[in-house]
Write a new protein. Structure first.
Length: 284
């Protein structure tokens, strides 16, 4: 009976189309979640191996085909061993979300806002110049590459310390990505808009320039006056007071609670962080 049912299903073109559609959907979602992370480099390498194996099998290169088959077969096991902690946590997240057993944790955007509010107000009172870009939907990978990679957890102490005058990283912009300090001393594109007031300095022109090409939120502290400014795309808020700073940060940065976050996004973050941490160990 089981064999008959299997033969019946395998002979149905509609079922075969569904099978192909599911595989393509999985590949598509995997590429979407890997985009912009180091996982994409791994997928490109796997794709090259698969294409080479297909080509060798088509051309009848039996030795090369056998070698590539061994590499792909053992490579899966090696990947499971290498990324065992990340895969285990990913499965835990997936199981917890599917079962509805979600743990409530502190919303990371609220912690980010708390640290930014304290640090920016602190630097404003002491006229410590600062330029902080928070990544939105548009990726800032090119900007991050121009600076010094940190990949650090955010704290108001670290935010302040980076911009202390005459320290190695104080000159340039800090970039925050995925609720972590991705890099410091980064170069932002300067705006060439002729309508920018002359009294605004390089930091403000850099913030406006980034806002012209991305949806990042940029915070500026003037070292001459201590004034706080925010830039979001084509809109600039100048002379922001301490009591209005939090309102603007919440308007632009607040996101859904961590407990309701898309589980696939959490898994993407785990895998991405796993690649970053292992890359850092390799560099050491």
């Amino acid at each position: 009976m089981a064999d008959w049912f299997a033969n019946f299903m395998s002979n149905q073109p509609f079922i075969q189309l569904i099978d192909i559609a599911i595989v393509w959907y999985i590949i598509y979602k995997l590429l979407i979640y890997a985009r912009g992370t180091q996982m994409m480099n791994l997928l490109k390498g796997v794709g090259i191996f698969i294409f080479a194996k297909f080509l060798s099998a088509t051309l009848g290169l039996q030795t090369i085909d056998w070698l590539l088959g061994q590499v792909l077969g053992w490579g899966v096991i090696a990947a499971i061993v290498l990324f065992q902690p990340e895969l285990r946590r990913a499965l835990e997240i997936l199981g917890r979300n599917l079962s509805g057993n979600r743990q409530r944790v502190q919303n990371p955007s609220k912690k980010l806002i708390d640290d930014l509010e304290y640090a920016v107000n602190y630097m404003s009172r002491r006229k410590i110049g600062a330029l902080i870009a928070i990544e939105g939907q548009d990726e800032l990978g090119d900007i991050i590459e121009t600076g010094v990679t940190l990949d650090s957890e955010i704290s108001n102490q670290l935010l302040i310390n980076v911009f202390i005058p005459n320290t190695p990283l104080h000159d340039g912009a800090m970039v925050i990505q995925d609720f972590r300090i991705a890099a410091a001393s980064c170069y932002l594109p300067l705006s060439e808009n002729g309508s920018i007031p002359k009294e605004l300095g390089t930091r403000h022109r850099a913030a406006i320039g980034l806002g012209e090409v991305t949806d990042a939120l940029v915070l500026i502290v003037s070292e001459e006056t201590g004034d706080i400014s925010l830039v979001k795309e084509q809109k600039m808020h100048r002379g922001v007071k301490s009591n209005g700073l939090r309102e603007l940060l919440e308007e632009y940065l607040i996101v859904e609670e961590a407990g309701t976050k898309d589980p696939m996004e959490q898994i993407k973050g785990l895998i991405s962080n796993g690649f970053k941490s292992r890359g850092g160990q390799d560099e050491k």
